[in-house]
Write a protein that binds this ligand. Structure first.
Ligand code: GDP
Ligand code: IMO
Ligand code: MG
Length: 409
């Protein structure tokens, strides 16, 4: 069985935690998109792991994890991350494999990324990891894949700095290189998880362009770049928070206008620890945007949802969620394509009653307060998609499974 786990908002929905949780029942975990722009956090008994390139699933000693063809990989960042895991007692050798079709991020890309940002009148707020440059060179057919590293004719046009970088890392990368399609074909009887990075709204095609990342973080990315075809995907899980966050620039209709000390925005940022794992930037916060979530479900054929961070609302008397937009006076129930329409979109909000007690220890759905279950029921009805998992804290164990995603329906 093959399950895709993707972000259904603007990233940082808790994908790492959910992939780690579901990986207990998987044999293989493939990360299909992005690069070191991602930051996926896993917490186990107070120990915190921040992953950027290595797929979540690495923390189990018996799982093989693969960096997929759609990824753009900075070897320096990869080996520094692996060294960090080793220092925490994680034995990764022999079970971290990299698709030979994945592209390499070279030192000049990071510089070009920052230069492009400096030139933009409206910067995107990139992570500065060279991601957009790597995908642009891939599309213009000037990129360097793992499979190219031993072929001098593929490296002729590179700057000396980039060639020296490749020299420095080639030998260490070579034993990890694998033909992903053949590998997955040979292991097709194992349960596989396909881990997305970023989210539906940061995808190059379905996201809020141009304020997006440059990879395929949509579910189709798992098929195109994860080493399998679309018909082999059995389920698409969309992970979303009880509210919305965004890091970097770009339109965000439900963003809280007031971010002053004591505001709800700051309360959510502090309670939910909403600071970027990769850059440390404070994340922008706002209410749940159901218009955007319904769009994400439709664009990605998400058939089950995973709701995270419900516990962050524990102390609120009431809260709201966006059920439509008003764009320059006109009511809109579909997610707009034009940046200007998204910028002008004012949320139409519906109010929900809070539950005013901690749900952090709940492990069964029925243990959740009625108000919390009412919120979930409203979301399910609005987006016409069942919520099968609810996360009530960052720890691996703080997870409520209503229906196992591994159950075939
Ligand atoms: P990812 O990029 O989608 O993997 O998400 P990040 O790791 O960037 O951000 C999610 C943050 O929320 C991390 O600090 C997680 O440890 C934390 N987290 C995940 N699920 C929950 C949850 O249900 N409740 C709370 N309070 N924190 C969570
Ligand atoms: P995870 O996997 C949140 C955002 C950046 C910026 C835009 C483009 O942890 O959810 P890039 O460096 O990719 O060219 O930046 O995309 N961005 C993310 N935001 N979570 C992520 O990954 C992100 N990866 C990129 O902040 O706005
Ligand atoms: Mg993240």
């Amino acid at each position: 069985m093959n399950i895709v786990v993707m972000g259904a908002q603007w990233g940082d929905e808790g994908k790492g935690k959910i992939v780690d949780y579901l990986a207990a029942d998987a044999g293989i975990i493939v990360r299909f998109s992005g690069g070191a722009n991602a930051g996926h956090t896993i917490v186990i008994g107070g120990e915190r792991y921040a992953l950027h390139l290595v797929p979540s699933g690495i923390l189990y000693p018996d799982k093989t994890v693969l960096l997929g063809s759609g990824m753009v990989i900075d070897p320096e960042a990869l080996f520094s991350e692996l060294a960090g895991l080793e220092a925490k007692g994680i034995d990764w050798k022999g079970r971290v494999l990299v698709s030979d079709r994945a592209h390499i991020v070279l030192p000049s890309y990071r510089r070009l990324d920052k230069e492009a940002e400096a030139r933009r009148k409206k910067p995107i707020g990139t992570t500065g990891r060279g991601i957009g440059v790597a995908y642009a060179l891939k599309a213009s057919r000037d990129g360097v894949r793992l499979a190219d590293l031993g072929d001098p004719s593929r490296l002729e046009n590179l700057e000396a700095e980039d060639r020296a970088f490749i020299e420095a890392w080639r030998e260490r990368l070579a034993p990890m290189s694998v033909d992903l399609v053949s590998y997955l074909r040979a292991h097709r009887n194992l349960y596989s998880l396909f881990e997305g990075a970023q989210g539906a709204l940061l995808d190059i095609d379905t996201g809020s362009y141009p304020f997006v990342s440059s990879g395929m973080s949509c579910s189709a990315g798992a098929a195109a770049q994860g080493g399998i075809g679309p018909r082999r995907i059995d389920r698409v899980l969309g992970v979303f928070k009880a509210y919305t966050t965004r890091v970097g620039n770009g339109p965000f209709p439900t963003e809280f206008a007031d971010d002053s000390p004591g505001s709800l925005s700051q309360y959510i940022r502090e309670t939910g620890n909403e600071y970027g794992v990769t850059t440390g930037r404070p994340r922008r916060c706002g209410y749940l945007d159901l218009v955007a979530l319904r769009y994400a479900c439709a664009a990605n054929s998400i058939d089950r949802l995973v709701l995270t961070h419900l516990d962050v609302y524990d102390e609120l008397e009431s809260f709201e969620a966006c059920v439509a937009y008003r764009v320059r006076g006109r009511l809109a129930e579909d997610f707009p394509t034009a940046v200007r329409d998204l910028e002008d979109a004012e949320p139409v909000l519906r109010t929900f009653k809070g539950w005013k007690r901690s749900i952090a220890a709940c492990r069964e759905y029925d243990e959740l307060p009625r108000e919390a279950r009412d919120y979930v029921a409203f979301i399910e009805e609005y987006v016409e998609t069942p919520v099968s998992v609810v996360s009530v804290g960052s720890d691996r164990t703080q997870t409520i499974v209503r229906e196992s995603p591994w159950t075939r329906s």
